[in-house]
Write a protein that binds this ligand. Structure first.
Ligand SMILES: O=c1ccn([C@@H]2O[C@H](COP(=O)(O)OP(=O)(O)O)[C@@H](O)[C@H]2O)c(=O)[nH]1
Ligand SMILES: O=C(O)[C@@H](COP(=O)(O)O)O[C@H]1O[C@H](CO)[C@@H](O)[C@H](O)[C@H]1O
Length: 276
């Protein structure tokens, strides 16, 4: 019997660097020590999030305080009140955040831009204000690739999405709009589990150089822009377990889906991407 030819050496697939979920408390100590000389800002865009923004901000208290032996991992928490009609600003302030008031409603991307402009961190972490069961280790997990590795431009999470508490059912715009369009036009970006996730982190220099797009397109635009400027290797993905947030009624998601679709299609046209 003739021997099979040797297997060719296969180069590792290019793709995001992957990180396991953060562990408490050793991870925090190591990260806080690795951070030395850099500042970290957490930016939370919020419109009408009075019921949940307070618990998100309070949960970050421990990371902001640090301890006698370990420096704080987070230096400032900014909530951008994006023209709320409710007590978002007051609740956020009482919980200990610095509140940036938008002079008029800007949409998600505009609110994030205002937050970055008002912040002082070398590294920015973004969180949505409607998170439930919020665990501050999420922030540690998002920071880890930026603190421990060089060349990371954008950190995205991988997590289970819930819908009304049901595991694996959430992320409706992600699954039914973003991923199908990415599959056709930017198939390499399917390597990222949650292209629309609001929980992300990036160096300020990246955000200032690439800019932040308008509205709900902000996440997918940044993902496409980072990958096209710096390659998939500049992306990091961290396993954050499970994400619970307020699930909007389906009818409210259509405008989001439209913004996401328009942005993917526009960027594909600009890049001359053929339909796959
Ligand atoms: O015009 C807007 C719309 C949304 N947001 C904030 O952006 C985050 C994500 O928005 P949303 O929860 O509506 O998105 P979903 O997760 O439901 O798709 C939340 O903290 C919102 O309060 C904002 O600041 N301005
Ligand atoms: O991922 C999604 O499909 C939507 C809706 O999520 P659910 O179906 O309510 O779990 O949520 C996100 O999308 C927005 C952009 O359209 C982001 O801005 C949000 O941060 C993210 O939660």
């Amino acid at each position: 019997m003739t021997a099979l030819p040797e297997r060719p050496e296969v180069a590792p697939e290019p793709g995001p660097r992957r990180y396991p979920p953060p562990r408490h408390p050793l991870e925090l100590e190591r990260l806080a020590l690795a951070k030395v000389g850099r500042r970290v800002s957490v930016v939370v865009p919020a419109r009408d999030e009075a019921p949940t923004v307070g618990q998100v901000v309070r949960a970050l208290e421990g990371l902001r305080r640090g301890s006698r032996s370990v420096p704080a991992l987070v230096d400032e928490v900014l909530v951008v009140d994006d023209g709320s009609q409710d007590a978002t600003a007051q609740v956020a302030e009482e919980a200990g955040a610095q509140v940036v008031r938008s002079p008029r409603p800007q949409g998600k991307g505009g609110a994030m831009r205002l937050g970055v402009a008002a912040s002082s961190g070398d590294l920015c972490v973004f969180l949505d204000a409607d998170l439930r069961e919020f665990d501050p280790l999420i922030v540690a997990g998002l920071l880890r690739p930026l603190l421990e590795d060089r060349g990371v431009w954008l950190v995205k999470p991988r997590y289970d999405r819930t819908l009304g508490g049901r595991s694996g059912e959430g992320g409706r715009v992600t699954e039914l709009t973003a991923k199908p369009l990415l599959a056709l036009l930017f198939p390499e970006l399917l390597a990222v589990d949650q292209p629309l996730a609001g929980e992300t982190a990036a160096p300020r220099a990246v955000l200032e150089t690439l800019g932040l797009a308008e509205g709900y397109a902000v996440e997918v635009a940044l993902l496409i822009d980072v990958a096209s400027r710096a390659g998939l290797e500049a992306l990091a993905e961290v396993d954050l377990g499970r994400r619970v947030h307020r699930n909007r009624p389906l009818a409210e998601l259509r405008p989001q889906a439209e913004e996401v679709a328009r942005t993917i299609l526009q960027r594909a046209a600009l890049a001359g991407r053929p339909l796959g």
